[in-house]
Ligand binder design. Structure first.
Ligand code: CS2
Length: 443
């Protein structure tokens, strides 16, 4: 293996992570560092998108400062649960890590876009499958397959795959993609995966804005150490998991994680109320000139929109009203944290991947139940304004398709964008007219 951090007190690598970014460092790496058996669980963390971060972390023994940003001040700690960091291109390190019998689980934060909804129609995954076993896989599924192939060859035993991305039933989505791809390339491997790999579904939550030069200065002030890549996060944090760990896991529950039989009620609550409100604010508040979530929730107009969205989502959550109210109040408090500068442009990335899971289920449920779907239609209307170039830069894997669809006269734009999301919805004239009106009225 090459590229890993080497230090005297290094923790044994028993976890692998794919998607080494700020969120992982504020969340899973933090839970691992706070587990009662933390000393026994080091993480080998891989990044496809941020090779620079792997270099920066290795230069400081993979330790980093985590700043918990409370409304009234900062608290800092040094997190040491990462044992080694690698660029995702280091396939040899990846294979060696996953082939180690010491490694019991792989956690993933690879963004919604990395999970193919229909694997058999995903061009990048099809290319990985066609190339197999030659060359380096370009998709997350392909990379996982390469790791599992090495693990099987080494007879290293069972393993848990733990998806930590904001998707409903993320473990099942990952399982479907991995099993499909395995079946295409090697039936022996597919059978081995079936018998040895468990897919854990999770709900993850911790608001983590991208860090800035001021955050680096704040970290140094707090710890007297010039950390090149500290992470700033909110005090709140939640991790709910469901599934088996056939090769063990850290005592994450000792650090506050919850293990449940079914994550489903928690998934919708978080995806709809938190992430849905985030996406609404990202686009709608930007039409009013706001830059951050905290700015947006100090604007009564945006707060009204958020309330309408929450009312719509709540109608279909099927949860106790008092609990939902408490959750909504807690969210309002978290969003208003004046010291967390969570930029709307950061949240507004990848809307084509996020809106279908955060907003469309509520819109469909409202229509099916005969409600006026204003609250659930507004995020789509605001996104169309964004796609029409009226807010921040569009950053999305499907940017070209969606910005082209959004570029015509308003009614055509609404119909074209909605039909890319769901052809049946685009056929509903009243809905198209409603969204068109909302597009006009935003701002
Ligand atoms: C946000 C999430 O960027 C986004 O899409 O909605 O990253 C959100 O901050 C986290 O899910 C909070 O747990």
């Amino acid at each position: 293996m090459s590229g890993g951090g080497i230090r005297g007190d290094v923790r044994p690598v028993r976890l692998a992570h794919l998607g080494l970014g700020a969120f992982f460092r504020a969340h899973q790496a933090w839970y691992t560092a706070h587990a009662p058996d933390a000393e026994a669980w080091g993480i080998a963390a891989f990044t496809g998108r941020r090779p620079d971060l792997a270099v920066a972390l290795n230069a400081q023994d993979c330790r980093y400062t985590l700043i918990e940003r409370h409304a009234d001040g900062d608290r800092a700690e040094i997190v040491s649960s990462i044992a080694a960091a690698y660029a995702g291109t280091d396939l040899e390190a990846w294979r060696t890590t996953i082939a180690s019998p010491e490694v019991g689980a792989i956690t993933l934060t690879v963004t919604e876009a990395a999970y193919p909804a229909v694997p058999e129609r995903d061009d990048a995954l099809l290319a990985d499958v066609r190339r197999w076993p030659e060359g380096a896989p370009s998709t997350v599924t392909g990379r996982i397959l390469a790791g599992l192939h090495a693990r099987r060859a080494a007879d290293a035993g069972p393993l848990a795959l733990v998806s930590c991305d904001n998707l409903p039933d993320n473990g099942a989505v990952l399982r479907h993609a991995v099993r499909w791809a395995a079946g295409e390339v090697d039936s022996g491997l597919a059978g081995w995966i079936e018998r040895h790999v468990s897919f854990v579904s999770t709900v993850v939550d911790r608001i983590t804005p991208a860090s800035t030069d001021e955050d680096r200065a704040a970290a140094k002030e707090l710890t007297c150490w010039a950390d090149a890549s500290p992470v700033v996060t909110e005090p709140f944090s939640e991790w709910i998991l469901s599934g088996d760990f056939p090769a063990g896991r850290p005592g994450w529950d000792g650090a506050g994680a919850r293990f449940v039989d079914d994550v489903e009620p928690f998934v919708r609550r978080k995806l709809w109320l938190l992430n849905g409100a985030h996406s609404l604010l990202a686009y709608a508040a930007a039409t009013r000139g706001h830059e951050t979530v905290a700015d947006a929730v100090h604007d009564e107009v945006c707060v009204g929109w958020m309330g309408e969205w929450w009312d719509a989502a709540q109608r279909h959550l099927g949860l106790d009203a008092a609990d939902v109210l408490e959750y909504r109040n807690a969210l309002r408090y978290r969003f208003a944290n004046p010291r967390i500068r969570h930029r709307l442009a950061q949240i507004g990335m990848d809307g084509s991947q996020k809106l279908p899971v955060r907003v469309l289920p509520v819109l469909r449920a409202d229509l099916a139940a005969g409600h006026s779907p204003v609250g659930a239609a507004r995020p789509i209307a605001a996104w169309i304004r964004h796609l029409r170039g009226e807010t921040f830069e569009v950053r999305d894997p499907a940017a070209a398709t969606f910005t082209a669809a959004a570029s015509g006269p308003p009614r055509d734009a609404v119909r074209a964008v909605v039909s890319l999301l769901d052809e049946d919805l685009a056929e509903q004239r009243d809905l198209v007219r409603l969204i068109e009106g909302l597009v006009r009225d935003l701002g």
